[in-house]
Write a protein that binds this ligand. Structure first.
Ligand SMILES: C[S@@+](CC[C@H](N)C(=O)[O-])C[C@H]1O[C@@H](n2cnc3c(N)ncnc32)[C@H](O)[C@@H]1O
Length: 270
């Protein structure tokens, strides 16, 4: 296991951990224990199926207990102190910046969801607007890429505080594992995107183990991508997602899900 690198004030003292390696002792309140990732793709997709049992045959239930966390205290407590650290290796940040360079055109209106003091956007590209939403005011105030900042707890209110079609791209870097109501958040992301707009979710293997949801910690990388694709499908109104592995050699991995908002109106929409 790599050493913890993010022992910031206010953290639980464990810093970031790699699931499946450093968190074996953790127990969840509901007794559904975390299981290490299986060794084959087939077994991993079996794990996702196993966890998503019940409900409709074609769309099994995402049971509430999958979104339990070891630390169920309100998120503002955990994020009260700023953490001016990076959560992935420099090479992985560069790979993410390069992906943004490829996918986010100059002049786009960008929302950096679950933002902090860094946004990883290419410094030479001018966007029409970069908004950042996160939990800590001081982190957001230190972020030089942001034109506007919003402190908002998505686990308490998953509705984004922006009008419809405000953005051409919504990016979420290494944070989706902290959402306890991800489908509602993804539905709201779809609402604030323009038609054809991009929802990009970048993930790696580090996390705050007490705050990441149980389902994330139970799955291996491929199943996590499938889980994100499933959130998008449940939210509805997205084109088929692309799953990208942009992991640089010898550095933290970078697995990304990208989906565009479809032009079709959702059933029941006016
Ligand atoms: C691991 S950091 C990643 C920060 C940044 N995206 C990056 O790439 O460095 C997790 C971020 O998720 C945000 N976050 C965690 N829980 C949240 C919540 N309930 N609502 C909104 N943002 C949240 C925090 O503000 C924190 O900045």
């Amino acid at each position: 296991m790599k050493p913890d690198r993010a022992k910031a004030p206010g953290s639980d003292g464990r810093g970031l951990a790699e699931p499946g390696f450093g968190i074996a002792g953790l127990r969840f309140a509901d007794g559904l224990t975390r299981r290490p990732g299986c060794s084959t793709n087939r077994a991993r997709s079996g794990m996702l199926r196993h966890l998503m049992q019940g409900g409709d045959r074609n769309q099994p239930e995402l049971r509430p207990e999958l979104f339990r966390r070891v630390d169920e205290s309100p998120d503002p407590l955990f994020y009260r102190e700023p953490r001016l650290v990076t959560h992935i290796d420099d090479a992985t940040i560069e790979a993410l910046t390069e992906l943004y360079r490829e996918l986010l055109p100059a002049g786009a209106r960008v929302l950096d969801l679950m933002s902090s003091w860094v946004s990883h956007l290419p410094s030479e590209v001018r966007y029409a607007r970069v908004a950042g939403l996160g939990m800590n005011r001081q982190e957001l105030d230190r972020n030089p890429r942001l034109d506007e900042r919003c402190v908002h707890d998505l686990n308490s209110d998953p509705e984004l505080p922006y009008p419809d079609q405000s953005f051409d791209a919504v990016v979420n870097a290494v944070s989706v594992q902290y959402l306890i109501r991800p489908v509602e958040v993804f539905t709201s992301v779809r609402r604030v995107l323009s038609p054809g707009g991009l929802h990009l979710i970048a993930t790696s293997h580090r996390l705050f183990p007490t705050k990441a949801v149980q389902v994330w910690q139970a799955l291996g990388p491929e199943d996590r991508m499938r889980l994100l694709a499933n959130y998008l499908e449940r939210a509805g109104g997205y084109q088929r997602p692309e799953l990208l592995d942009r992991s640089p050699a010898g550095a933290d991995p970078l697995w990304v899900v990208v989906a565009r908002r479809s032009d079709e109106s959702l059933p029941g929409a006016a």
